[in-house]
Ligand binder design. Sequence first.
Ligand code: HPA
Length: 267
Amino acid sequence: MDVCERAKKIAAQLQKEAGMPRVGFILGSGWGDAAHLDGERAVAFSSLEGMPACTVAGHAGNFLFGKAGGNSAVISQGRLHLYEGHAAATAVLPVAVLYELGVRTVVLTNAAGGIDPAMQPSELMLLRDHINLTGQNPLVGRAGSQIFADMTQLYDAELRQTVASACRALSIPCREGVYIQVTGPSYETPAEIRAFRAMGADAVGMSTAIEAVFARYLGMRVAGISCITNMAAGVSDEKLDHADVLAQSKRNRRAIGALVRELVRVL
Ligand code: HPA
């Protein structure tokens, strides 16, 4: 079944919890359980017909509904990754569900490895642009001329300003940069990271770019935020480990949780 049809059926099951969310989030590794909303209600992916389960540690696999500053939001706590075996057109299902719930501004978050040596673990990077190195595009196989979607200003400049000033207000260090999406699940080699740096990437991760493409295709305003959890392979001497990535995100819990609430309030 087409991902939009599938999303409609899932959204219909969520309608009684949903209210009218103005803004939606996809919260990645370590972000998901950091954010809490007023009067929150969680619906497990596993309780929804047609919704695949989340198989990755650090991804709860819930849609969370609630408010901050009086504004309604929906948070996807967890996402579907290519490396779990999902096709790109399936991996964007949470984005399509948010769209069907009425969300027109979406904030995509992830954990990422810092390629630019000036970056520090625990910093946030606001996505100015991305490089999709997965070789996959979620629009493949869809009909209609909208599939030739313009990506020249994929990450909304005004939203970026809003996120940057929210970070400033909360004293959260953040900078802008270019994110490169790979499929994973293995981490990169130092030679790959050197190549990505030469290509213009500042941070690397295993999600987000294909979701951003789909959100833009649907006509949503898109923001992307990476939490730099480690320096990418070869940038420091550290070995890479998913448990360390989650541990670093956990250290950022309070900042991340405060940022999500602030964004619900102001967006
Ligand atoms: N590489 C790819 N994905 C990641 C990394 C990394 O170094 N850190 C967190 N997600």
